[in-house]
Ligand binder design. Sequence first.
Ligand SMILES: C[S@@+](CC[C@H](N)C(=O)[O-])C[C@H]1O[C@@H](n2cnc3c(N)ncnc32)[C@H](O)[C@@H]1O
Length: 296
Amino acid sequence: MPTPKIVHLPVLKESVLEFLSPQAGQSYLDLTAGYGGHAAAVIGITGAPDRAWLVDRDHQAAQALRKKFVAQGAAVIESDFLSALERLADESRTFDMVLADLGVSSPHLEEPGRGFSFSRPGPLDMRMDQGQALSADRIVNSYPEDEVAHILSAYGEEPRADRIAKAIISGRPIKDTAHLAAIIAEAAGRRGKIHPATKSFQAIRIAVNDELRLLERALPLMAGVLKPGGRLAVISFHSLEDRLVKRFFADKSGDTYDAELKLLTKRPVTASRVEIVSNPRARSAKLRAAVKIKIP
Ligand SMILES: C[S@@+](CC[C@H](N)C(=O)[O-])C[C@H]1O[C@@H](n2cnc3c(N)ncnc32)[C@H](O)[C@@H]1O
């Protein structure tokens, strides 16, 4: 598969550098390295690509990372970040900096063939890892109505989940993303500025990629692979993700004698207007960061 021409701009790059605070020679684990924007910035400061581990479960992204970083000595792991963390923890590896910039990349959203976008007709896919069996097609065209409604409500916080699920079931077979978006728009009705299929597409994507379960299980390992004094930064893009990150950081920090992390961000850091104008994906980004203070 060719490397996409669509450019992915790293969000909140300056804040990520401020909170990870890279120093010469330090080790770096990027759990969602994508097209390497944050990684290049961090490695540019550490000058230690041979101490960088770059993870992504998307084959196109992993190929782009290999092309850009492997000759410099970086390790690229093509897998979901939970499996990668389990492997790294088994090998007792630890890092000075860990970054997770969650969610999808610009090529995911802008290449119609990946099926993530309701504004471009494409296959009902939405898989980050195209080797996995579960795709949007299976959910949309074969899951029972109550399961579809549950997905829309739990992962999209869609108040019209029941009505949309019913419309999806009666609209089967649904042939592509444009067809799905039209069915959802008709069932949900248009309110406000956002497209009526926004929440449902987010929900189906989260279900296809098992995003919240992986994040919840990976967070303790992200802290676990940090060296004492090491820094963790997580960027989330919707409230369900941010809730998990916020709760995890709160649980692991605080005034208890066995606190593992110290928060560096009391409130999440968000993008400036200037950044949002040049990179609209940054609009919903929230960065939280912490430093490891003790090995539990
Ligand atoms: C927002 S992009 C990251 C962009 C990157 N920081 C950069 O500067 O280019 C998110 C990336 O994380 C990957 N991803 C999302 N969830 C993942 C997971 N659970 N495991 C591994 N990779 C994941 C996606 O495939 C996507 O390439």
